[in-house]
Design a protein around this ligand. Structure first.
Ligand code: PLP
Length: 388
C-alpha cells in the first residue's frame, strides 16, 4: 500500500453552490455590471462593520487610491506608512504622485510602531496610511492620538482585516467602522472572503462617500442605472476626472453569500490559530504572533518568526518537500527595484525590524476547510526542522 502525500495549500477560498447560484442569478438578470447587487452588498457590508457608508470598488488597491485622493493627497505630499506590507499599500500613495515615508514595525504584531511615527512627520506630511497586517489590528488608539494632535487624516488599509476587532471605549468593534477616517478592504482570494477580485471603502463622511461613487464610474454625473430606468432622455456629463474602478453585480452577488459565511469562517480560523498557539509553544526560539489585550485578529495569515539558527528558505523547502505550502514573511516595498530606483528617500535605513520580519518569518497554512490532521502534519514537520 503506497502512502499518499497530501498536499496542503497555504490557503483555499471557501466557495460553494450558494456563490455559484448567486452568480447565476446576476447573470440571468441581464444586468451584470454595477447595479442592484452591488448596492445590496454595500448595505450589508456597512451593517456588518458598523459603518455609515460602504462603497464597492474593483479591488483594495483602487480603494486605497480613492481614499488618499479623498483626504486631499496631492503630488509631492508625503504619506506616512509601512514598507512591510503588500506592495499595493505604498503603490497607492505613488498613484497620487505622493511620496511614501516608511516607518518601522513592532516585531510582535508586524504593524507600524506608533512610537516612531512622530519623528517621520514633516511639514509635507498629508496623511497616515496604516495597515492591519495579516488581519492583526494595529494600535489605532495611539495612532489616532498623534493624528489628532497634528490634524492629519488616517486611512486604514484593512485589506486583510474583515471581521477583525478592536476594543474601543470598552466595546469590541469591527475594523472598518471605521475608527480612522476611511477603511479599505480586499476580496482577493488570498483574503478571508472573496469575490474573485474586489474592494470596499467604508467611511462615516457622506461627502467622501459621494465622491467615491463619482470617481469609480468615470466621474459621470448620472449613473447608468439611473439613465437606464429613466422615462425621459438624460444626457450625462463628466464634471471631474474619474476612473473605472467599478465592481460588477456578478462579484457583488458572490460577495453577499461570502458575507453570510463570514462568522463561521472567522470562528474556524480563530480555532485553528489557537491550536497553532498551543502546539507550537514548545519550540525554542520560535516566536508566535500575539494579539494585544485590545485586539482580536481574524487570522487571515498565521505568521511565525523562526529561531535564529533556522534558515528561512531551507525550512520552507523542507516543508514543501513534505507537501506543505508556506510563504515567506510579508515583503518590504523599499527593497524592491520599483522603489530603489526612486530618488526620494523613504527612510529605508531605519527599517531593520521590517527587514528581519521579511527574512526570518514564514506564513503557515490556515484556511476554513483545513482539517486538524492537516494542521498536525504541518506542526510535525515544522517541529522537526526547527529542532535539528
Ligand atoms: C492584498 C492587499 C492589498 C491589495 O488588495 P487587492 O484587492 O489585491 O488590490 C493591499 N494591502 C494589503 C495589506 C494587502 O494585503
Amino acid at each position: 500500500m503506497s502512502e499518499q502525500i497530501q498536499n496542503i495549500p497555504i490557503t483555499k477560498p471557501w466557495l460553494g453552490e450558494a456563490e455559484a447560484e448567486a452568480a447565476r442569478r446576476a447573470i440571468m438578470s441581464g444586468w451584470v455590471t454595477q447595479g442592484t447587487e452591488v448596492a445590496a452588498f454595500e448595505q450589508e457590508f456597512a451593517a456588518y462593520v458598523g459603518a455609515k457608508y460602504a462603497c464597492a470598488v474593483s479591488n483594495c488597491t483602487t480603494a486605497l487610491h480613492l481614499a488618499l485622493l479623498a483626504v486631499g493627497v496631492q503630488p509631492k505630499d508625503e504619506v506616512i506608512t509601512v514598507s512591510h506590507s503588500y506592495i499595493a499599500t505604498a503603490n497607492s500613495i505613488r498613484y497620487c504622485g505622493a511620496i511614501p515615508v516608511f516607518v518601522d514595525i513592532e516585531p510582535q504584531t508586524y504593524n507600524i510602531n506608533p512610537l516612531l511615527i512622530e519623528d517621520a512627520i514633516s511639514d509635507r506630511t498629508r496623511a497616515f496610511l496604516v495597515v492591519h497586517q495579516m488581519g492583526m489590528p494595529c494600535d489605532l488608539k495611539a495612532i489616532l492620538d498623534i493624528a489628532h494632535r497634528y490634524e492629519l487624516p488616517v486611512i486604514e488599509d484593512a485589506a486583510c482585516a474583515i471581521a477583525s476587532e478592536i476594543l474601543w471605549d470598552g466595546q469590541w468593534e469591527k475594523i472598518g467602522k471605521p475608527h480612522g477616517d476611511i477603511a479599505c478592504f480586499s476580496f482577493h482570494p488570498r483574503k478571508v472572503i472573496t469575490t474573485g477580485d474586489g474592494g470596499m471603502i467604508t467611511t462615516n463622511n457622506p461627502e467622501w462617500d459621494q465622491q467615491f461613487r463619482l470617481w469609480r464610474q468615470h466621474g459621470m454625473s448620472v449613473p447608468d442605472t439611473v439613465r437606464h430606468g429613466a422615462k425621459q432622455v438624460i444626457f450625462e456629463s463628466y464634471p471631474i476626472l474619474g476612473y473605472n474602478y467599478r465592481m460588477t453585480d456578478i462579484q457583488a452577488a458572490v460577495g453577499r453569500e461570502q458575507l453570510k459565511r463570514l462568522p463561521e469562517i472567522v470562528e474556524r480560523r480563530r480555532y485553528l490559530a489557537q491550536r497553532y498557539h498551543q502546539q507550537l509553544a514548545d519550540i525554542p526560539g520560535l516566536k508566535l504572533p500575539t494579539e494585544s489585550a485590545w485586539s482580536k485578529s481574524n487570522w487571515q495569515s498565521y505568521c511565525v518568526r523562526l529561531p535564529d539558527i533556522c534558515d528561512q528558505r531551507q525550512v520552507m523547502q523542507v516543508m514543501l518537500d513534505a507537501g506543505i505550502a508556506t510563504r515567506r514573511g510579508i515583503m518590504c516595498a523599499h527593497r524592491e527595484p520599483a522603489y530603489q530606483m526612486e530618488t526620494w528617500s523613504c527612510g529605508s535605513d531605519l527599517l531593520s525590524k521590517s527587514e528581519q520580519a521579511q527574512d526570518k518569518s514564514i506564513i503557515l497554512p490556515l484556511f476554513h476547510q483545513m482539517t486538524e490532521q492537516e494542521q498536525a502534519q504541518a506542526v510535525e514537520v515544522l517541529k522537526k526542522v526547527c529542532l535539528v
